[in-house]
Design a protein around this ligand. Sequence first.
Ligand SMILES: [Zn+2]
Length: 201
Amino acid sequence: MRARRDLPAWQHGWWGGARHVPSPNVSERPAGTRPSLVVLHSISLPPGRYGGDEVEHLFCNTLDCAAHPFFEQLRGLRVSAHFFVRRDGAVLQFASTARRAWHAGVSHWRGRDNCNDWSVGIELEGLEGLRFEPAQYRALRRLLRAVVSVHPIEEIVGHEHVAPVRKRDPGPGFEWARLKRFSGAVRGVDTRTWPGSMRTG
Ligand SMILES: [Zn+2]
């Protein structure tokens, strides 16, 4: 089969459409577990400031926690995500999707715990509750097309849905409908049960 020009190749769980920044904060998925869930997040450091390299440093344990008062609470934190989508649509990758990134924490979805074990984590540069850029939706759709081409993804949810007591990202500023328009490319995804469509308030 001829590779599509708009779908860069994968190698060992690393996507060709991203800049690779390997994080040490990864572990193995449980034996035989393939990711069937995508968990979307939002993050910016310090919150609401975009364009810097602080998130990259956080995920690589190299953030200077003395550089900003907000960073003090991040001292010693060991976290990562598979992908980070910047405001301009640039995509960074910190972990192979074959491995387990540390993004969801204590989490639960449809009767299963520990979403990190069986999900791909995607961070969007932003602030929960606020809007995201058109370039981010374009990049996210392209990334999701690539992810579902190699993993048996069944659902795309937010951190706020798998850890509702603790987390609120990406929040009401994220337009789930913009992913529904793309759902034709996600075979097997049941858009009727997406959080975006379940939310009525
Ligand atoms: Zn999150």
